[in-house]
Ligand binder design. Structure first.
Ligand code: ATP
Length: 238
């Protein structure tokens, strides 16, 4: 297996409390790995640790061919290496246009290169193309999610960290977003997907991890995790 990201013993917390208690996680290149778990299990915290927004209290985040340890590296350097997070709640800039939001994702790229990337993003999200000069605050929730993903893609990420892309969206829009996530994998991107919508997250993933109060409770091929009786009872409502 060609691991792109290998997390070992990652510990994270706020103030005096640890909320992630030494987890191991492997993300193979070109795959979708889903991390599911209930509210407050620590999923967002893990993504923050991986993208450098929070400093790990312990453990290793090994990246790429040479296994460079990213634990403790600054967020902008981690982004430069190709790990880009799409935050929970989209966090698009409401008063800026769609095009301006996209440009932020490639702020370090020269104009011509940013324009080329924007064309690729618009090909992937035609609805954004129709709204380039609109203020992002006027987009629907689904369109804002597309914009948040498009902004991340402007950085040409190797690994995309998606935090609850389905949050607050109608089922048809969720389907559309998940179809796009699957298409990104086909293009060769690697995705770590955090979701409360366990059935959608397990259906799309290659591998899955179940997080409970900061510990990995279960892991395996997503199809196997989806059949696990504890998972069907607790997360799939079956
Ligand atoms: P959710 O889906 O609700 O975001 P989650 O699995 O992503 O859940 P986290 O947001 O990572 O969970 O939160 C894990 C734990 O850390 C929770 O107990 C939460 O209350 C706590 N926590 C999160 N953010 C902070 C913070 N900024 N300061 C203190 N505690 C925090």
């Amino acid at each position: 297996m060609n691991a792109l990201l290998q997390v070992e013993g990652l510990r994270l917390g706020y103030g005096r409390a640890d909320v992630v208690h030494g987890i191991d996680l492997t993300v193979p290149r070109g795959r979708i790995v889903s991390l599911i778990g209930s509210n407050g299990a620590g999923k967002t915290t893990i993504l923050r640790g991986l993208s450098g927004l929070m400093k790990p209290r312990g453990g290793h985040i090994r990246w790429g061919q040479d296994g460079a340890d990213l634990a403790g590296e600054a967020a902008h350097r981690i982004a430069r290496r190709g790990i880009v997070q799409v935050p929970e709640g989209r966090q698009v800039f409401a008063n800026m246009t769609v095009a301006e939001n996209l440009r932020l994702g490639a702020y370090h790229a020269p104009g011509a290169e940013a324009a080329r990337r924007q064309e690729a993003v618009v090909a992937r999200f035609p609805r954004l193309g129709e709204r380039l000069s609109q203020q992002a605050g006027y987009l629907s929730g689904g369109e804002q999610q597309m914009l948040a993903m498009g902004r991340a893609l402007m950085a040409e990420p190797v690994l995309l960290l998606l935090d609850e892309p389905s949050m607050g969206l109608a089922p048809l829009i969720v389907e559309e977003i998940f179809a796009i996530i699957a298409a990104l994998r086909t293009e060769g991107r690697t995705i770590l997907l955090v979701e409360q919508n366990a059935s959608a997250a397990l259906a799309i993933a290659d591998d899955a991890y179940v997080l409970e109060t900061g510990r990995i409770r279960l892991k395996g091929p997503a199809a196997e995790v989806a059949r696990n009786p504890e998972v069907t009872a607790a997360y799939l409502g079956l």
